[in-house]
Design a protein around this ligand. Structure first.
Ligand code: AMP
Length: 415
């Protein structure tokens, strides 16, 4: 009999991976407490209608990624594909606004989407989510961005990039959509089938298209920033100003519109170059009209985000691997300095750094290639001219900075 395996796109956590998962969740909880967000836990499944109404039938999630099934009474249930709709449902059902005008909530839990699995994209995955409900202030948007960046920093994840954009409100979205429609009009015949449908039904979603021909057509699109109404423009300006005030670097990305229909005003995403094709670590934005959808049109300002925990684990694993396998110093020499390599290597090794070099002197290019292959942090270049002055060159292989130093100062230059 064939052994039963886990369903496609799911993961088991045990031993070190379970420890790493717990460590990550504990750090998240510690940071969250500094911002006074409180935990909310909602069911793993909800009535399907919650997601179709909340996320929008035109989205990939609702149109093709939901795990839905019928209960015994024939009512359709769905494994939650994201957290916001459930949090909003719980907020209204439990009248959370009766105690506090502003509710700052966080969740950690599994989400389910029938996507095609690949590295960083699974059918069962974990999200850390934040929702600030009850405020229209741009400061709430910025606080959520800061909290997320604080978590990344506490986890030692630094080389990530923050992208922001504004997708306006009911007043200005139609102006931008009209500008986009005009922009794509002459190229309509060259768009892919999906984009042709989106052009008619939901033109903003065209910006998510991954087809190469469409991507080319989408370069030079009009910027939403230039079509915002006064209120949305002021909101966006404040977000940018506050990010600067807090020394946060960002880039405005006009292509960033996010896959879910409910976003208004601020949208943001953090990406990491360490993740390959699934580069988004987290995303979020303001959703001022979602609550009204479930609340007889009574809108309440809200903003939220969701971070992919498995992607965090992938980054931490790749950083750990990089650190573990690093050589401190690789020495590059020439024919006339080869005799100096071994004593120099020994003196650096005696200072507790790992050192390697080529036994046979090869071209500089091939020695540098070897240095990169060994994942050296520093390369020391021993040239005869420098050597006669008691000096050498040292190159930081991460920053590519190269400088001349005294041979006696090598250990002070290796951090
Ligand atoms: P979204 O809810 O689509 O805005 O996604 C928020 C974050 O969750 C993304 O930036 C990813 O880090 C993560 N994420 C989304 N979908 C998946 C998936 N299928 N597998 C793993 N992580 C995911």
């Amino acid at each position: 009999m064939q052994a039963i395996q886990k369903p496609r796109g799911t993961n088991d956590f045990f031993n070190t991976s379970a420890l790493l998962l717990n460590h990550t969740e504990n750090i998240i909880k510690a940071v969250v407490s500094k911002y006074n967000f409180s935990e909310i836990r909602t069911p793993l499944f909800e009535y399907t209608e919650l997601f179709t109404r909340g996320i929008g039938t035109e989205t990939d999630i609702v149109s093709k990624e939901m795990f839905s099934f019928e209960d015994r009474g024939g009512r359709s249930l769905t494994l939650r594909p994201e957290g916001t709709a459930s949090v909003v449902r719980a907020y209204l059902e439990n009248k959370l606004n009766s105690e506090n005008a502003v509710n700052k909530l966080y969740y950690l839990g599994t989400m389910y989407r029938a996507e095609r699995p690949q590295k960083g994209r699974y059918r069962e995955f974990r999200q850390f989510g934040l929702e600030t409900i009850g405020s229209s202030s741009p400061l709430a948007d910025v606080e959520i961005i800061l909290l997320n960046l604080h978590v990344l920093k506490s986890l030692g994840i630094e080389n990530s990039k923050l992208y922001i954009n504004s997708v306006g409100c009911k007043k200005c979205k139609p102006n931008y959509e009209a500008a986009l429609r005009e922009h794509f009009k002459s190229e309509f015949d060259n768009l892919c089938g999906v984009c042709k449908v989106r052009y008619e039904k939901n033109i903003l979603r065209m910006l998510d298209c991954k087809e190469e021909t469409c991507k080319k057509i989408m370069s030079n699109i009009p910027k939403f920033e230039e079509h915002l109404c006064e209120e949305c423009a002021t909101h966006f300006d404040t977000v940018k100003k506050e990010l600067k005030n807090n020394n946060i670097e960002y880039e405005v990305n006009p292509m960033l519109v996010r896959g879910l229909d409910y976003y208004t005003k601020t949208v943001f995403e953090v990406q990491s170059s360490l993740l390959g094709s699934q580069s988004a670590i987290l995303g979020g934005g303001r959703y001022d009209y979602l609550i009204g959808e479930f609340n007889n049109g009574h809108d309440i300002g809200a903003v939220g985000s969701a971070m992919g925990i498995e992607r965090i684990l992938l980054i931490i694993e790749s950083l750990n691997k990089k650190n573990e396998e690093r050589l401190d110093v690789f020495i590059v020499a020439f024919e006339d300095t080869a005799y100096k390599v071994m004593p120099l290597a020994q003196s650096i090794r005696e200072n507790n750094f790992s050192v390697e070099f080529e036994y046979d002197i090869k071209s500089i290019k091939s020695q540098f290639k070897m240095s990169s292959k060994k994942n050296a942090r520093y390369t020391i270049i021993l040239g005869s001219e420098e050597l006669t002055k008691g000096k050498c060159k040292i190159k930081n292989m991460d920053t590519t900075e190269e400088k001349e130093i005294n041979i006696t100062d090598i250990k002070d230059n290796i951090k």
